[in-house]
Design a protein around this ligand. Structure first.
Ligand code: AN0
Ligand code: CP
Length: 317
């Protein structure tokens, strides 16, 4: 594997899952593979899980790790070509990328949607510049449209906890005070569509996702109906995708918060969320603290998804 930006980069998904469980059984089995290889993680946005789990995964493989928070201590970066750089950004991404790649073997990048122009976000302008100008394998640590390390960890978690071969997985929009990207729901949908699970997406009108990601999912506007018989509830907020409202918060409807009444409609479903989560907006205290909450095992599997991806990249260096 050269780059990791979406589900298709992994190749055979069942094989990748077997590799993930092999790693989970013994995290230090491949501790020599990354010797004298350096991972550089570049963050344009904040992170707790991605930063720690990816670093831990790299260390398990014997790699060295460097972390750069672009907005803290590095020069502010211009990203557009053709700009007269007379403002507050002293360095251009087009020099910064090849310079950074001199010092490492693999690059991880986190760069969220900016909500300035939908086409810029959906063309993955920043991530693709890293792929084009770094000459190194690039791992997405959440890009404008996807969060594949998260979705892979989510899939590993569902495989561990599912009680039937073909569970019903429901991704539900839930309220949040600020505009969030569509990357996590897009990506989760992309990965669910790559399985044979029954997959349902529920959200208020106006929150339709890009049809490319919705794929074969059933879209249900009635949240209660969607929850009926569900084996997994995957809650997430996202802002509007449609052109007219792109990046906007259209609703903070608290009747969409995942609570005990709604969980009772399910088939004793597990509750999932990628974290960070705003309690009593997205989900009530009772549900996230319940026995059926998988938020911590899900976060733990971020180490496993990152290690599987790094291993595959190291093997093809
Ligand atoms: C981000 C998002 O929704 O994309 C990161 C989630 C992993 N969430 C926030 O910014 C709160
Ligand atoms: N789930 C996730 O990616 O969390 P962070 O934003 O803390 O990395």
């Amino acid at each position: 594997m050269r780059h990791f930006t979406n589900v298709h980069d992994l190749g055979d998904l069942q094989l990748a899952l077997r590799e993930a469980f092999d790693i989970k059984a013994d995290k230090y089995k491949y501790c020599e593979l990354g010797k004298n290889k350096t991972l550089m993680m570049i963050f344009f946005n904040s992170s707790l899980r991605t930063r720690l789990s990816t670093q831990k995964a790299a260390m398990n493989l014997g790699m060295n790790v460097m972390v750069l928070d672009v907005n803290q201590g590095a020069w502010k970066l211009e990203t557009e070509r053709g700009v007269v750089m007379d403002g507050d950004k002293p360095e251009h991404l087009l020099e910064a990328i090849p310079v950074m790649s001199c010092y490492c073997d693999v690059i991880g990048v986190r760069s969220f949607a900016r909500f300035e122009k939908r086409t810029d976000d959906y063309e993955e302008k920043i991530l693709n510049q890293f792929i084009r100008y770094s000459s190194r394998p690039v791992i997405s640590m959440e890009s404008a449209t996807r969060h594949p390390l998260q979705s892979f960890a989510d899939l590993i978690t569902i495989e561990e906890y599912k009680k039937t071969d073909r569970p019903k997985v429901v991704m539900s929009w839930a309220p949040h005070p600020k505009a969030l990207p569509q990357a996590v729901p897009n990506s989760f949908a992309e990965w669910m569509n790559a399985t044979d699970y029954e997959f349902v997406i529920t959200h208020p009108k106006g929150y339709e996702l890009d049809p490319v990601f919705v794929g074969n999912a059933r879209v249900e506007y009635d949240q209660d109906k969607a929850f009926e018989g569900a084996d997994f509830i995957y809650a997430k907020n996202w802002s509007a995708y449609n052109e007219a409202d792109y990046g906007k918060v259209l609703s903070k409807d608290m009747s969409w918060t995942v609570d005990e009444r709604k969980m009772k409609l399910t088939n004793n479903a597990y509750f999932m969320h990628c974290l960070p989560v705003r309690r009593n907006m997205i989900v009530t205290d009772d549900v996230i603290e319940s026995e059926n909450s998988l938020v911590i095992p899900e976060a733990a599997n971020r180490e496993i998804s990152a290690q599987t991806v790094l291993k595959k990249i190291l093997e093809s260096l």
